[in-house]
Design a binder for this molecule. Sequence first.
Ligand SMILES: [Zn+2]
Length: 471
Amino acid sequence: MSTDSLTAEARRENAAMLAAALGTDLESASEALQFGVMITFDPADATAAAVADDLAALLVRTIATVTFGHAEPNTALEVLIGRVDAKTSLPSLLVHVGSDAAVIGNDPEQQRCADIPRILCLLIACYTAAATMRAVFGARLPFEAVLPQRISFDQLGIDPEAFDASVALGQAYLAGAGAIGNGFLWAARHLNFTGILHIVDDDDVSPGNLNRQIWFGKDDIGLSKAECLARLAQGEFPGLKLTPRSYRLQDLPEKSDGPWLPRLLVAVDSRRARRKIQMEFPGEVFDASTTDIREVVVHHHRQPTRGACLSCIYEADQEEFTREHHIAEHFGVSVDDVKSERISPSAAHQIAAKVHGVEASALIGIAYDTLFKQLCGEGTLRTLEGRRVVAPFAFVSVLAGTLLALEVLRRAGSGRNSLDFNYWRVSPWHPPLGRRRILRPPQTGCEFCSNPVLSSVNAALWGALPAATSA
Ligand SMILES: [Zn+2]
């Protein structure tokens, strides 16, 4: 498999991410990604084959070539999954899957893999992809990732029987058909969700999305993300109807003053977009986000809650403030324009007047962050304000989508909605740790929960908190 399916724009996104991580320039980052990985496994070992398939699907979006069972001249690493002998003398990365944990690294115990739930094969593939980058780039990556790594399935906190259970979603909405929305359905196809999922996104697939939006290919460029995702994924979801909605969530025609958003999965691409979504008064929120390739955050709350809301978790911070001012200055528009997220017709003319070589008509409706990524030199992307708009690698977005699917399974599947945490930070470079799941209280000064008018509307929609002290 080669990355012929990637566009030049998608390759540039990958190079920009690596340049930001390594602190190098775009050209050398681009060259550094021109390596291949060879995957070796026993085809009779179903778990090993599943991990190999998923690993290939992730890596082919990031590096130059992925091969099964043979090396190419550019192959830098052989990944061995399960009980197999190395076919080359290249550096190798060993993956072993047991019934309670996977070990990534130089595990001497090369056994046939255990039978595990299919979605966990994908989880292991995400961590193996990270370990692959670590094996190739070593200490140049600014993450302390020690191999071997043990991914213990009990850290997920999900009962083994739950993976096979049917999970009724009812009428649910997925906000965002981008990288995390793609990753969510890529993972959720291995679970048994039923009901209706409205896929809400008003954006089209662009050439620079193909590095991480794992369902999409070149043929989808220019088409509605919501429609493409529903069309491509539906065949994998016999019990879940995927309904494409090419809208922004806040513009959906069924929006009302009543409780119209009972269950919402949040996979949008900015902190500000998440705060705007909170203003739609969702009843129950499942949310996952990425901070470039450093971290994944999983958040859940159900109203009425004593814990944090989306606006608490994604409060405006210094980095966002700095970046928005920087973008406004760079494009010759006001900060309020940038805060509106999409480029308006009048702002498009201002930008075209300021920035050489861009056509106003081509800018209307584009996200400021997207244009910023396209136009800024790599020097800007390495600065603090640029770093967060760099798109993560496919395995990070898919890890976020996988953890989002597992969170829905945990809550909607078990009926245990009063679990005592609402926030989980997970690193792609370290095994997930259950003890990092915490209950975050509301943030003082939150633009949603600290606003008495919004709070009373929320209570009218979803009920007031009981006097008891439980969350
Ligand atoms: Zn809040």
